[in-house]
Write a protein that binds this ligand. Structure first.
Ligand code: CDT
Length: 308
């Protein structure tokens, strides 16, 4: 057995006025709880350090740079890294990254138990739009503030296993999981900020949105025989509700832990990475069963081309 005890550290809302120090304090409380529970790894949400700022339109996009980090770790986040190292806990969390070249990404990192950053991922599938959209109930301006990630879906050896990351909307795309599955991934961690209301379909309802969330995580885990740990930033941020339902899914696609609140909440599960082996060696033994001669369209074409 290769066990990784994971803490999914859901964060409740972060308001515009909340400082990085406030948020790091809350993350540290959850980290300490994870230490008491004996966790090896703690996973935090997408854009964990700030409010979900892509809901706010800035005509001058440079004004949004206040939400970005130019270094990681930086002075505000260093206390979290220090505490994680003291406790011997690896971490993953998301933040807005501004590079020395002036590029903006929606990023997440993975550390080892000594607090070294061993992996960095930049969000590939950016939802939303570039310009202010008066027809939406709320804005979702990720395409305005971020570039599509340039990292691709890498995996890293960490905690005696093979670990990968994706971010929020990436979880809805089967390619995300399969690219990591083809590198033998055993645990995918991801953070998300998902509005409880569909800004383009207000009658969709919370239940259906959560159904789709569970559906994609469970199918991605099962079809690639991997653990999936998905962690929300939830609750009402600056007047806008986001759902919780942070989940840990096993390699059979079953939910083994789920949060109950829309606030700061830690759920823990002891994940046996060897539980991935059966699926990887049988029904999803890719080398024996995949027929790549029929998959060309997946990497050659983005939109639908219907027959005449
Ligand atoms: N953060 C993020 O990617 N949220 C999206 C909502 C998209 S609505 C335009 C999600 O897929 O959950």
């Amino acid at each position: 057995m290769r066990n990784v005890k994971v803490g999914a550290a859901q964060l409740g809302p972060i308001q515009k006025a909340d400082s990085r120090a406030d948020v790091v304090g809350r993350m540290t409380v959850l980290l300490n709880q994870a230490g008491i529970a004996g966790c090896d790894l703690v996973v935090y949400p997408e854009l964990a350090l700030t409010t979900f700022f892509p809901r706010w339109y800035h005509e001058d996009r440079a004004e949004a740079d206040i939400w970005f980090e130019t270094e990681m770790p930086n002075a505000a986040v260093q206390p979290l890294f220090d505490r994680a190292k003291e406790l011997g806990i690896a971490m993953s969390f998301g933040y807005a990254e501004l590079t020395p070249e002036g590029d903006h990404f929606n990023t997440s990192i993975l550390t080892d138990k000594e607090g070294n950053i061993v992996g960095k991922y930049r969000k590939t599938h950016l939802p939303g739009h570039v310009e202010f959209d008066p027809d939406r109930g709320h804005q979702h301006l990720e395409k305005r503030y971020f570039l599509p990630g340039d990292t691709g879906f890498k995996v890293w050896k960490n905690l005696d296993g093979i670990m990968g990351m994706c971010i929020c909307n990436d979880r809805r795309w089967p390619e995300t999981y399969r690219v990591m599955g083809l590198q033998g991934v055993e645990m995918i961690t991801l953070g998300f900020n998902t509005p409880s209301v569909n800004s383009q379909k207000p009658d969709e309802g919370h239940e259906e949105r959560v159904f789709h969330h569970r559906l994609v995580l469970q199918s991605g885990a099962y079809q690639n025989s991997t653990w999936v740990v998905a962690v929300a930033k939830a609750g009402i941020e600056d007047g806008f509700p986001m759902f919780g339902c942070s989940l840990i899914v096993d390699p059979d696609g079953k939910i083994v832990a789920e949060t109950k609140t829309e606030d700061d909440e830690l759920i823990v599960h002891d994940c046996d990475l060897d539980a991935c082996n059966f699926g990887k060696e049988t029904i999803f033994a890719f080398d024996r069963h995949r027929r790549i001669e029929h998959y060309e369209l997946i990497s050659n074409q983005t939109g639908v081309v219907a027959p005449n």
